[in-house]
Ligand binder design. Structure first.
Ligand SMILES: *Cc1c(COP(=O)(O)O)cnc(C)c1O
Length: 219
């Protein structure tokens, strides 16, 4: 079942786009099924759950933290996390840098932007991101690398709104690239698109989609 759904989704995604299988709340057996079908990128939104799964499953899996991250929990994922999608403050970035140093790692992160019309979504705006990237503290970090941006569109059936929000994130990415990462090849990821809107996101330039329920079923 899961392997068939994965295969179907992969057919609709260009090979240049990374498919992150969002397995939050799902049992280990579901992840094993996806793993056996070749899936190596998994997304989780809770530190404890992700760490338990990491301990149990094969070590060639790349673990993506996609949910809001509290500073006091960074230490649990620092030894193994592949990419943190949800950085929305300098304070959090400082803690990731500190824990990265302890593990002798450079931890890759995305800056999460607020693109939706909804009040509840986390994320930075352009001004806040520029301030962060211009700060001396940020420039002193040696154990993190910002590899791109992440955003969530509004939860709506109106494709025009969703398309507009994705296009806004792409614009933000390009602006940051020009201003802060011009010769930094590793700054290249735009994480946008979920089960309901990943096709639209890819049309707007997504390089990484986070797909959960279309692979593993509803939660
Ligand atoms: C849960 C979640 C997803 C996946 O959502 P689906 O609609 O199940 O595909 C993607 N991104 C984030 C940040 C999530 O929390």
């Amino acid at each position: 079942m899961i392997s068939e759904k994965l295969a179907t989704i992969k057919k609709t995604i260009p090979s240049s786009v990374c498919l992150v299988a969002v397995s939050k709340t799902k049992p280990i057996s579901d992840l094993q099924e996806a793993y056996q079908a070749g899936q190596r990128y998994f997304g989780e939104n809770k530190v404890q759950e992700m760490t338990e799964k990491w301990e149990t499953l094969p070590k060639d899996i790349h673990w993506h933290l996609i949910g809001h991250l509290q500073t006091n929990k960074v230490k649990y994922i620092a030894p193994y996390v592949h990419l943190i999608h949800s950085v929305d403050s300098l304070k959090l970035l400082a803690e990731i840098n500190k824990q990265g140093a302890k593990c002798h790692r450079v931890i890759s992160v995305l800056l999460q932007f607020y693109i939706a019309k909804e009040e509840t979504k986390f994320g930075l705006d352009f001004g806040e991101a520029s301030q962060l990237l211009n700060s001396d503290e940020y420039k002193s970090f040696e154990n993190i690398q910002v590899v791109g941006v992440m955003g969530m569109a509004s939860f709506t059936d109106d494709e025009l709104i969703v398309k507009e929000e994705f296009s806004q994130l792409k614009e933000l990415f390009l602006k940051l690239k020009t201003l802060f990462f011009l010769n930094v090849d590793s700054f290249k990821e735009i994480s946008m698109g979920m089960s309901g809107d990943y096709q639209l996101a890819i049309e707007q330039g997504s390089t990484m989609v986070r797909v959960g329920s279309s692979i593993f079923g509803g939660r």
